[in-house]
Design a protein around this ligand. Structure first.
Ligand code: AMP
Ligand code: GLY
Length: 421
């Protein structure tokens, strides 16, 4: 089979590696991909958000099946375009991708169908939002309605911080159109868990649970990022909690989307907080997480090609599916300065052997005259799989120690909180 993969980051490289394990795969084309995956996939320089360009490419190049990984093209309706052009596709259509594309939509969905989440109000008027804050309890959480590269969430400790957040989103346009509408929600406390699950709208097959590390610096300090490291499985996510989440969140969400005429087919990302009152939804994403995918895909034992086809054809109940009970740890190596400004163009090198069970997923890199150069904030992810979490963490850090490029930085405490659980 010839597979078209839309996207170009570390998550997409992890998907390429998993697809390559399948005996069914012939050619993988990545649009745009990146230089670090060029030996495993044919990278073609077409942007993931160029809907017409991607669709034309798919029509002209013997593509048997497409997989759309990033949020923007999903929310823009790339799956609808590809399917309309006769290309079978993995990923939610535009109507279903709104579960990530609009927080106002997802909050209203949860309220309507009794799915546990933080209490909230929605505002499209700045003055109404500011008036509401006067009597609200602090800390409080302010979220831009639309996509904002994972940065559209501000946790305000004081009234002044909250007011500034509202003004930056609604008056200064810090997140563009995404901030025209905002959600102001109750601050929740408890361990965070991510669960990625394949669903065809009828069956739900969760992957290993995971814990992301979103802040840039050790000890959860610094700015929010797309994610600086992940461990899986998440020790807070016990079998009892998994059952509770399946019954009170996962199945109700699938049913709610069906009832709204927005059947979700693809990978649904549940960002959960385990509060004293039980698990609550912090956010839904309509796709694999990045870097969660780099940590949980290596633990998937089933054939990913079978899964993506069955997800699209609504036959997930008919295929073999299993997840390893081993552990994994993914550490992101970034460019100093990320998530703000940083330099690019440094050669990436490796001092020695990375060890067995270790994989590197390239993200912000480019290939130039046979050399891999840094080309983004998050440069690469190193994932190690082992029998236990402490071993996976040690192995991942040992491998990180072998990789070098100028201005590299990474968190030294990925998995620390999980080990304390
Ligand atoms: P999001 O982009 O929605 O995942 O939010 C980014 C991060 O903000 C989450 O991973 C949480 O750590 C935090 N966060 C979001 N919503 C809340 C909330 N209601 N209460 C506490 N923390 C939150
Ligand atoms: N790592 C968080 C995300 O993919 O949204």
């Amino acid at each position: 089979m010839n597979i078209l993969l839309v996207g170009g980051g570390g998550r997409e490289h992890a998907l390429v590696k998993k697809l390559r394990e399948s005996p069914q795969v012939d050619i993988i084309c990545a649009l745009p991909g990146n230089g670090g995956m060029a030996s495993e996939a044919t990278c073609v320089d077409i942007s993931a958000t160029d809907l017409q360009g991607v669709t034309d490419f798919a029509k002209n190049n013997y593509v048997d099946f497409a997989l759309v990984a990033p949020d923007d093209p999903l929310v823009m309706g790339l799956v609808d375009e590809l399917e309309a052009a006769g290309i079978p596709c993995f990923g939610p259509n535009k109507a279903a991708a709104i579960i990530e594309g609009s927080k106002a939509f997802s909050k209203a969905l949860m309220k309507k169908y009794g799915i546990p989440t933080a209490g909230y109000e929605i505002f499209s008027d700045k003055d109404a939002a500011l008036r509401y804050l006067e009597t609200a309890k602090m800390p409080i959480v302010i979220k831009a309605d639309g996509l904002a590269l994972g940065k559209g969430v501000i946790i305000a400790q004081t009234l002044e911080e909250a007011q500034n957040a509202v003004i930056s989103m609604m008056e200064d346009g810090a997140f563009g159109e995404s901030g025209n509408t905002i959600v102001i929600e109750e601050f929740l406390e408890g361990p965070e868990v991510t669960v990625l699950a394949f669903t065809d709208g009828k069956t739900i097959l969760p992957l290993a649970s995971s814990m992301d590390h979103k802040r840039a610096l050790d000890g959860d300090e610094g700015l929010n990022t797309g994610g600086m490291g992940v461990i899986a499985p998440n020790p807070y996510y016990t079998p009892e909690i998994a059952k509770l989440c399946m019954d009170t969140i996962f199945i109700p969400t699938i049913n709610a989307m069906n009832a709204e005429g927005r059947t979700f087919k693809g990978c649904l990302y549940f960002g959960l907080m385990l509060t004293k009152e039980g698990p609550k939804v912090i956010e839904y994403n309509c796709r694999f997480g990045d870097p969660e995918a780099q940590a949980v895909l290596p633990l998937l034992e089933a054939d990913l090609v079978d899964i993506i086809i069955a997800t699209r054809n609504q036959t997930l109940d008919k295929i073999p599916f299993s997840v390893s009970n081993r552990a994994s740890c993914c550490i992101i190596m970034a460019s100093q300065g990320y998530p703000q400004s940083y330099l690019k163009g440094f050669e990436i090198g490796c001092r020695g052997c990375l060890g067995s069970g270790v994989e590197v997923s390239f993200a912000g890199v480019r290939l130039e005259e046979g050399k891999l150069l840094t080309n983004g904030g998050r440069v690469l992810g190193v994932t190690a799989v082992a029998d236990t979490l402490p071993e996976a963490i040690d192995k991942a850090y040992a491998a990180v120690g072998q990789i070098h490029f100028e201005n590299a930085f990474y968190r030294k405490d990925i998995g620390k909180k999980a080990l304390e659980a």
